[in-house]
Design a protein around this ligand. Structure first.
Ligand code: PLP
Length: 496
């Protein structure tokens, strides 16, 4: 059955998957949602023998119904290849009674790679299907991590160029080095004399600039974004939950149709929403456990029914979860409103104007699938140290937030029997300093970043990932720096 996509703020439009991927965000500011969540049409016994790529096809064909089999398989095979350092793509590791789903084996050793390695291919295929003749130019402002994952995803993808702006003095030295050493003729990295907000505002202005648009169109280019709310990023994330369930079954950990819990370290609510989609496709998931760090807007939302971003922003050791507006939550709000775009649009207006909104008791009752809690900074360190001391397995700070919440969930609910998958969203090598400080601050605090990398490799008995090895000695390939008001001219100079 064909699936069409409409905005969460306007139930009327009807886009094909490829049109929704190309557009990214709806004109009314809403997010695209499928008209229903399709069931899987393969059995568990078929899934249990499938590779990651085969599972990806089984899941994605149900959502992207206007792609041909050949188109979709081509995207999948180009995305999940030897950019990943393991054939399994997303391996499961058991430690301390839980199953860690390692989503960090791609180019930038964090889970954004799972979606950003396929999005460029979905985007370019969508452009072709809709007779877009222009090359696609991705414009992004980054405060560090997403920029690198997007660069790695789009690097050398034919028919695309990617231009990333970052605050020249506002990212860590390692993050900057990762970006300015990016290979690929179609990649451009620019430091700006300004902060992240100015970079973001500058990019938004270029998207809205009609003159620039016409000028680029004449040269055969058009802008697009790799934003995390693109349906082309959400759907590929459903895959690994299906895959993890099938692998637990294949390995005899669970019986057929036995329910599991899933714990997800959450920021923008994209990764956990993908798990919710997997559940709605038929994967037997009991609880979706939403783990926050000290920016615990979501925990408060699940416990009170009020979403309130009016609070102090905390800088934590899990920076990718330091978020006060979880954009992808809008898709869940839309669903529990009974797919009422008016109700959802009103709540989102409240959020824009007052920084908060409150859902009805009836909507709250539909959140029974979710359990929310949070882990403090001190608890996060303790979780990393305890797990290392008892098992030798080393996890990163984001994953530790999830493991900490899983402990609280067990204590709170007495549900200690249900087999549980914890989404492991970054390699400990990505956040080496925080991880090593957690294990033994006394011993490690005076070492340099790369000394810590080697030490971590030794104590965890894990090879230093390529992503880290590469930047040790890599050549700087991008050295453009510009003022904020010169961003459009810089773009013009790249697109001659
Ligand atoms: C982005 C990110 C998260 C949060 O994922 P969301 O989909 O935004 O909830 C968690 N951990 C890491 C390492 C990330 O990069």
């Amino acid at each position: 059955m064909d699936i069409f996509y409409s905005s969460t703020r306007n139930g009327d439009d009807k886009l094909t998957a490829s049109q929704a991927i190309l557009k990214g965000l709806a004109d009314d500011g809403g997010l695209f949602v499928p008209d229903h969540i399709p069931a899987l049409d393969v059995t568990l016994d078929e899934l249990k023998d499938m590779s990651y790529q085969e599972t990806a096809y089984a899941v994605m064909k149900q959502f992207f119904t206007d792609f041909t089999e050949e188109e979709l398989k081509d995207c999948i095979n180009k995305a999940y290849d030897d950019k990943f350092d393991t054939k399994e793509i997303a391996p499961l590791v058991e430690a301390d009674g839980a199953y860690f789903l390692e989503l960090f084996h791609g180019s930038t050793i964090a889970f954004k790679d799972m979606a950003l390695s396929i999005l460029p291919h979905l985007l370019i295929t969508s452009a072709r299907k809709n007779n877009v003749k222009n090359d696609i130019v991705i414009l992004t402002a980054t405060s560090g991590d997403t920029g690198k994952a997007a660069l790695a995803g789009f690097s050398n993808v034919k028919g695309t160029k990617i231009i990333v702006f970052y605050p020249k003095n506002g990212v860590s030295p390692i993050q900057e080095k990762q970006m300015v050493t990016q290979k690929g003729d179609n990649t451009f990295v620019v430091g700006i004399n300004g902060n992240f907000d100015e970079a973001q505002t500058g990019v938004k202005k270029m998207f809205a600039d009609k003159e620039l648009k016409a000028e680029l169109d004449a040269k055969g280019y058009q802008f697009s974004s790799a934003n995390s709310i693109n349906i082309g990023r959400l759907v590929p994330q459903v895959v690994y939950y299906v895959y993890a369930y099938a692998k637990l079954y294949a390995n005899g950990v669970i019986a057929k149709d036995e329910k599991i819990n899933v714990v997800v370290p959450t920021g923008n609510f994209g990764n956990i929403l993908a798990a919710f989609f997997a559940k709605n496709m038929g994967v037997p998931i009991a609880k979706l456990v939403c783990a926050s760090n000290e920016n615990k807007v979501l925990y408060d939302f699940f416990s009170t029914g009020t979403y309130d971003k009016n609070r102090e922003f905390v800088l934590t050791s899990s920076p990718s979860m330091d978020i006060l507006i979880s954009s992808n939550l809008e898709r869940l709000i839309y669903k529990i409103s009974g797919r009422d775009a008016k109700v959802n649009a009103k709540l989102m207006k409240d959020l824009r104007e007052t920084g908060k909104y409150e859902i009805t008791p009836d909507m709250r009752r539909q959140l029974d699938d979710f359990y929310g809690n949070y882990t403090t900074e001190a608890e996060t360190s303790e979780v990393i140290r305890d797990l290392y001391d008892s098992t030798g397995y080393v996890i990163d700070t984001h994953t530790a937030v999830a493991a900490g919440v899983y402990k609280k969930y067990k204590a709170d609910t007495k549900d200690t029997e249900t087999k549980t998958v914890i989404a492991s969203t970054a390699s400990p090598f990505k956040f080496t300093r925080s991880v090593m400080d957690a294990i033994d601050k006394e011993k490690y605090h005076s070492m340099t970043d790369f000394e810590l990398v080697d030490e971590l490799s030794k104590i965890a008995n894990v090879k230093v990932p390529n992503a880290i090895e590469e930047i040790r000695n890599a050549k700087v390939l991008h050295d453009t720096v510009c003022d904020v008001d010169k961003m459009p001219d810089t773009v013009r100079s790249f697109l001659k």
